[in-house]
Design a binder for this molecule. Structure first.
Ligand code: DOR
Ligand code: ZN
Length: 455
């Protein structure tokens, strides 16, 4: 038998373990064999991975692709170009676009735009507000991956529903079988401190961080867990930034609530000192926390398992919006968020290199669990025979520095990771059997990416 593609001579790593001198065989867009290199079939195309590491395609369930409506920041094409270059095979877009993704026709528009231009596979969340509770079944049928509620104000100013509406949303989403994720910051706490700090002339980048204290995140996690216990909803905590919030997630799991959680590379890598070093470039919501919170996030979140997933919260803005020319200027004039798709694998592999987590644990959190949490497994997030031939090949030993952010592929590339040095990089990205990027160069076609179908 001759298949379309064989990748050989790699260490294949899944959450279950690693196999050296192994590889993967692909026919059409599907995995047909995984195993020792010398036992794989003949192929029309053979890729020699030169001893590097092959993992199931990396799945990033939290990106702001900005399309429709905010294409001056980013669009499906540029976001998924960055994904392909960075080694990410599936992305899920956030709904704070223009229009916001709160109706079936808006979701359809987002999907159509993705089908037209994406380089890698994609999906989207729909937002729940006070206005669209009745539309939840129809949004579900239109194919949303899941739902999101913004509990506190953030970029896009999507107004939070009240607690009664949230309870009802949990019940209605429960009937669809899908999961509801949160931007979990208590809106009243952050509004109060933002007003207070502005009035007091506290305008430094670190003041933005302190205006959104850990308790605002922790309380929001705890309240949503209480509501989910009542309604039996499946809930998810996006971008957990603090150890205290990770501890709250762990308590929810112990209580038997179906609560999953994600953190991002930036909360694991930086401490709030970065606000003094890089200023508003590192401004993000929720903010980057102090060293003690970061330590607990590692301990309870990663080592003890409260955090299921790694995702970027890739959030491109223009250099003007980020105030890069004056990064220590008035923080209230700058916007929150920065890109991450091309640094997420290097950050996580650097942690592997430092011995902070194993390759297996990295793959579990960056591919398998995200796919499972959002209902895409095993089509995505696995190397099982018969599933999509998505994989990422990484060189775990490659040392490099992101010397200049314009090396990145997004439309706007401001990131606090500019100037940081990493050990590890994606060297090939394969989506449904097609190589879409090689050594940081995108070789796939715009429009190849397709929506991941979920029931
Ligand atoms: O910093 C952030 N940026 N936090 C969010 O919640 C939204 C995001 C964005 O859309 O830019
Ligand atoms: Zn986000």
């Amino acid at each position: 038998m001759t298949v379309d593609l064989v990748v050989r001579n790699c260490t294949v790593v899944t959450p279950a373990g690693r196999t050296p001198d192994a590889g993967v065989a692909v026919e059409d867009d599907t995995i047909v064999a995984v195993g020792r290199s010398d036992r794989l079939p003949e192929a029309d195309r053979v890729l020699d991975a030169e001893g590097n590491v092959l993992v199931p395609g990396i799945v990033d369930c939290h990106i702001h692709n900005r399309e429709p409506g905010l294409e001056y920041k980013e669009d499906w094409e540029s976001a998924t170009r960055a994904a392909a270059a960075g080694g990410v095979t599936t992305v899920v877009g956030m709904p704070n676009t223009d229009p916001v993704i709160d109706r079936p026709d808006h979701l359809e528009l987002k999907f159509e735009r993705g089908e037209a231009s994406a380089h890698v596979d994609f999906q989207s969340y729909a937002v729940v507000t006070s206005e669209n509770l009745d539309l939840i079944p129809e949004i579900d049928e239109t194919g949303a991956l899941g739902f999101k509620i913004f509990l506190g104000s953030t970029v896009g100013d999507v107004p939070p529903p009240n607690d009664g509406e949230i309870l009802e949303a949990m019940e209605r989403i429960g009937e669809t079988g899908k999961r509801l994720g949160f931007h979990e910051e208590n809106g009243e706490i952050i509004e109060h401190y933002t007003k207070r700090f502005k009035a007091d002339g506290r305008n430094e980048p670190i003041d933005h961080s302190h205006s959104r204290p850990v308790i605002a995140e922790q309380e929001a996690v705890e309240r949503m867990i209480t509501f989910a216990e009542e309604t039996d909803a499946k809930i998810h905590m996006f971008h957990v930034s603090s150890g205290s919030a990770a501890e709250a997630v762990a308590r929810g799991k112990d209580q038997g609530v179906d609560v999953t959680a994600e953190t991002t590379p930036h909360y694991l890598w930086f401490t709030e000192d970065v606000m003094h070093e890089k200023g508003n470039v590192a401004r993000v919501q929720p903010p980057i926390r102090d060293a003690e919170e970061r330590e607990t996030l590692w301990d309870v979140g990663i080592d003890q398992g409260a955090i299921d997933c790694i995702a970027t919260d890739h959030a491109p803005h223009t250099p003007t919006e980020k105030k890069v020319d004056d990064p220590f200027g008035n923080t209230w004039d700058a916007i929150s968020g920065f890109v991450g798709l091309e640094t997420e694998i290097p950050v996580m592999l650097s942690f592997v290199d430092q011995g902070r987590l194993t390759l297996e644990e990295w793959v579990r959190r960056h591919s398998t669990r995200p796919a499972q949490v959002w209902g895409m497994y095993p089509q995505k997030g696995s190397l099982q025979v018969g599933t999509d031939a998505d994989f990422t090949i990484v060189d775990p030993d490659r040392e490099w520095t992101l010397a200049d952010r314009t090396e990145l592929h997004s439309k706007n590339c401001v990131t606090p990771f500019e100037g940081e040095t990493f050990t590890g990089k994606a060297i090939a990205t394969v989506v449904r059997g097609d190589v879409v990027a090689e050594d940081g160069t995108v070789v796939g076609e715009s429009g190849y990416g397709t929506r991941v179908d979920v029931d």
